[in-house]
Every structure is written in C-alpha cells, then in structure tokens.
Design a binder for this molecule. Structure first.
Ligand SMILES: Cc1ncc(COP(=O)(O)O)c(C=O)c1O
Length: 392
C-alpha cells in the first residue's frame, strides 16, 4: 500500500500479547476494534463484555475502578476527571427520580458549596445548609426540606468536624433521600461510608489516594441500587478520568495505606507540638480528646488513625501575619491541595473558601488566623522544625 496508508495503519490493531501484564498498561485508544461487526454489536448491546468508546470506559480506568470498589467496599465505581466532577455526578445521580432538593453540611469544601449555590440552585434545586454534627438540626432540616440528597464530608474542610454518618444515613433512608459522603480527608483506611449506610462515597483522587501531587482525579463509589444510574449518567456526560491519570492514580494507590499510616502518625506528633506552642491559639485535630465530635470519632474511625489534616489558629494573627508565616516556611510547601507525600500549608480564607461571602465563612467558623496543614511523610522532626522557625 501507499506510504500514506501504511503510516496510518501498519502495526496497529495487533492481538494483545498472550501473557497478562503484571500491572495495568495505559490504553490510550479512543475506540476499540472487533474482528466482526456481530461482536461489536453485542458489546454495544451489553450482551458481551468489552470496550467500544473511551467516554464509556477504558481498560485502564476500569482497572482503577475495580481497585476503588475494593478499597471502599462498594458495588461499583466511576473514576472521574476531578473530585468536583465526582461530587457533581454523585449529586445528579442521587437526585434522579427524587425531589430536587439538597440538605448539605454547612462546612464543605468551597467548590462544593459553590456547586450547590451557583450551579444547582439556579437550575431549581432547593439547597439548605445545616450543621451536620447536630443530629436534631439534621432531622429538622430533612423533615422541612424533604431532600432527595444529603451531602456531607466525613472530615469537614477545613475545620475537621465529624458527623455521624451511620445516624445521618438512617435519617436519609427514612426520608427516602440518598446520602453522598465526600470521604477525601478520611480515606477508606479510616472510614468506609458505604458500610455505614451511605449510598455514595466520593473522592478527590488528587489527594491521599493518588498522593504524589501529579494527577487531578476524582471517584464515586456507589452502592448496588445506584451504580447503574451512575454509570448511565457518566456514559452520557463523560466526566471520566483519562488513561494516563488512571494509571498514575493506580500507581499511587499501591502505597496509599503505607503513606497514610505514616502521615497520620506524623500529624499526631505535629498536632501535639502545635497544641503546646505559645504562638498557637487553637488546634483543630480529630485526635484531640476535647474535639467537639470526639465521641463520633471514637466510634467511627478505624485503626487508631485520625487523618493527617490539621487546622490551627495563630495567636494575635490576621491576614498579614499569616502571609508572613507562610512566606517563611522552607520545607512545608505553600500551595493549594492536600494529601501529598510532601507537607503543605494553605490559608483557607485566601483559597478554598475565598469566594464565600464573609458571612458564610464566618458561619463556617473559618477565622482570618486559620492555617490548614496537610502533613506529609517527611521525618516529623523536620516538619516541626520548619513550623517552629516560621512561627518564630
Ligand atoms: C474535600 C474535597 N472534596 C473535593 C475536592 C475537589 O477535588 P478536585 O480538586 O480534585 O476537583 C477537594 C479539593 O480540594 C476537597 O478538598
């Protein structure tokens, strides 16, 4: 054949090697070829397992989804292009065939709050915020708002409050609502929301699961009654994770339990040190026996782990002093995101919660002297020494 034709076709669509690769390869093809049209027809019709088109699924993302389903104990998973894509499609799926009404925790990642207020409310979804740690308030909000969906985070961002997922799941079930839990901060090593009665567990894979600061991704892990609807919605809209990011996420997850254990142990030590510092007014950390949700934490958290996020308020500090503190950090990385192998510090009033009105920020308890710290896997004495010199 002509060289123009050869350049396009030669070497492609070979049989896969008979040996099974030990780890999952990156399949970049956007569509898949079958020897006969009969076979392709069966795959399109779901009568035969297989891949047609990469908006529906790809072998690399499917392998990651199988891994996520195992970690979270779900029926099935969807790997998404970002954590926010995951939050959005989980809520949309939860609201299918249910009232267009959401009861949401008043302490949520800023973009999740914006999703509710800026995208869903204008489309006619009623949104009501509630203190998710106050079960009476949740009951009252649910009985008044009659929601199709309740949205909460296992450990809230950035104040690290912990609601009782199992009891909220009962309230949701009795009201016919679906419960969506963003499990990004806790991870399935500490809490598995589906085992506690949630219908969807959501992740920013960008954070602890992928863990190396080199991939943006998200995931929804669903229970059996909701998984088909989730997959159907995803096949239409296509918020899916690409093969490169799926590969990186899978690679990262292999060491996620090891990293997480180390990060949690480091965070315990850093939180104790911060608590003893005269420069620090208040530390928010789930291991603190005086934490407002200590009873729920003792009941729901596994493995003696409390997460690796700490928020702390610097004494007599406002925005200029916080900026000076952040600028003096030498090891702890001054950047957005969290859950990476390296420690990171962030000013929520400038970043994740920047676009919220001061009133909403105030209601969420995010003061101008609050710093959020994601503790990494470094040697803990180096992390403490860096915080010490920057505070000084
Ligand atoms: C708790 C939580 N959920 C969701 C997200 C959104 O994730 P992504 O940035 O991957 O879209 C974030 C991001 O910081 C987060 O902290």
């Amino acid at each position: 054949m002509n060289i123009h034709t050869q350049a396009v076709h030669a070497g492609d669509r070979r049989q896969a090697p008979a040996a099974i690769p030990v780890t999952t390869p990156i399949y970049t093809a956007s569509s898949f070829f079958y020897e006969t049209t009969e076979e392709l027809d069966r795959v399109f019709g779901h009568e035969q397992a297989g891949y047609c088109y990469s908006r529906y699924d790809t072998p690399t993302a499917s392998a990651l989804e199988e891994l996520l389903t195992a970690l979270e104990g779900g029926h099935g998973s969807l790997a998404c292009a970002s954590g926010m894509a995951a939050v959005e499609i989980a809520i949309s799926t939860a609201l299918m065939d249910r009232p267009s009404s959401v009861v949401a925790a008043d302490a949520l990642y800023g973009a999740s709050t914006k999703l509710l207020l800026n995208l869903l409310e204008p489309r006619g979804v009623a949104v009501r915020f509630v203190d998710i740690c106050d079960l009476d308030a949740v009951r009252a909000a649910v009985s008044e708002a009659k929601p199709g969906c309740i949205l909460m985070e296992t450990i809230s961002n950035p104040l690290l409050r912990v609601g009782e997922i199992d009891k909220i799941a009962e309230i949701a079930r009795a009201a016919g609502a679906a419960l969506v839990v963003d499990n990004t901060f806790a991870t399935p090593l500490i809490v598995r929301p589906l085992a506690l009665g949630a219908n969807f567990s959501v992740h920013s894979l960008t954070k602890y699961l992928a863990g190396h600061g080199d991939v943006l991704g998200g995931a929804v892990i669903a229970d059996a009654p909701h998984f088909d609807a989730l997959r159907t919605a995803s096949r239409i809209v296509g918020p899916v994770l690409g093969p490169f990011e799926s590969y990186l996420s899978m690679r990262g997850i292999k060491t996620f339990p090891l990293r997480m254990e180390r990060q949690c142990a480091n965070a315990n030590r850093v939180a104790s040190w911060l608590g003893a510092s005269a420069k620090v007014e208040r530390v928010h950390f789930p291991a603190d026996p005086a934490h407002p949700d200590a009873a729920a934490i003792r009941r729901l958290f596994s493995g003696g782990l409390y997460g690796a996020m700490i928020s702390f308020e610097i004494r007599d500090a406002g925005r200029p002093e916080i900026f000076r503190f952040l600028d003096r950090l030498r090891l702890v990385v001054r950047a957005t995101s969290l859950g990476d192998v390296h420690s990171m510090a962030l000013y929520p009033a400038m970043s994740s919660h920047r676009d919220l009105s001061p009133k909403h920020r105030q209601r969420a308890g995010i003061r101008d002297n609050l710093v959020r710290l994601s503790v990494g896997i470094e040697a803990v004495e180096d992390i403490v020494a860096d915080l010490d010199q920057a505070l000084a």
